[in-house]
Design a protein around this ligand. Sequence first.
Ligand SMILES: *Cc1c(COP(=O)(O)O)cnc(C)c1O
Length: 330
Amino acid sequence: MAGYALKETEYRYRAYTKDGKWETGELTTDKYLHIHEGSNVFHYGQGLFEGLKAYKTKKGTVQLFRPDLNLIRLNEGLDRIVAPRIPEALFFEAVEAVVKANIDDIPEYGSQKSLYIRPFVIGHGMNLGVKPSEEYIFSVFCAPVGTYFAGGLQALNFVTTDYDRAAANGMGKVKVAGNYGASLYPRQQALDAGYSGVIYLDPSTHTKIDEVGAANFFGVTYDNVLVTPKSSSILPSITRRSILWIAEHMLGMKTEERECFIDNVSEFKEAGACGTAAIITPIKSITHKGKVTTFGDGEVGETVRKLYDILLGIYYGEIEAPEGWVLEVK
Ligand SMILES: *Cc1c(COP(=O)(O)O)cnc(C)c1O
């Protein structure tokens, strides 16, 4: 099994459109899609995905973290690629059915692992012109996962790239397939140079931090303000939104969404990457044009550790979640 997934699971959910309208789907054990070679998703990238996780809690229940926000983001993305929105009932039926059908593959409480759930929508059918597809598939599959970056809560080294992951007014805000194709080459360059991943700068001026690979960036200033970048080309992370709330309401910190200039990155005593897959990954250093900035003493900082502990506490039901943040799958 390559990469992030620990194993494949047995069941997935598929729904199809008929005459452009979503029909109810069903669980299947078939891992393969048999679709036309002229499908838009292969040639013009009309495909979009989401990522969320199910956790086995301390009490022995199974819960999802803020799945309502994944649905909102998915539908905003579908508008952007001119594909039909997924009805709320279909989304929850699919996600919950997949979790329940693969329940034995959700890692046990205490393992620090979880079940990663991957909903996606693709346009298919013979379509040689550059125009939206006539028919679509919505599918949800899952796999148990550990940590995305190696080694749990361990501070890692990142490097900036001259490449952009998305255009300023392009599709950076949505989880459209092509953005990740665009990221493979700069990622490979960073790995080859011995870094754990790449830092993207804003595509218009290349002076401000945008993202950390497929995760959002955050920093903690010397006067204890949690800062995340404000930019039109960033994927709006649900994890980032959650840690901003945790910092403000549970840690009593000030928070700011504003520009984070790469030349002033030493304003942060701590830095990190956040996302469903990355969870919270502490950043040890950022290298930009040969200059290395190390955060704090290069160890995992106090705020990063607190945010990590609270977030995992909520994921695994050890800490009471803020209203509406978790959905129990029964
Ligand atoms: C998915 C993703 C994130 C993280 O978003 P979450 O909602 O926290 O999982 C951050 N950046 C990019 C580019 C992503 O694709």
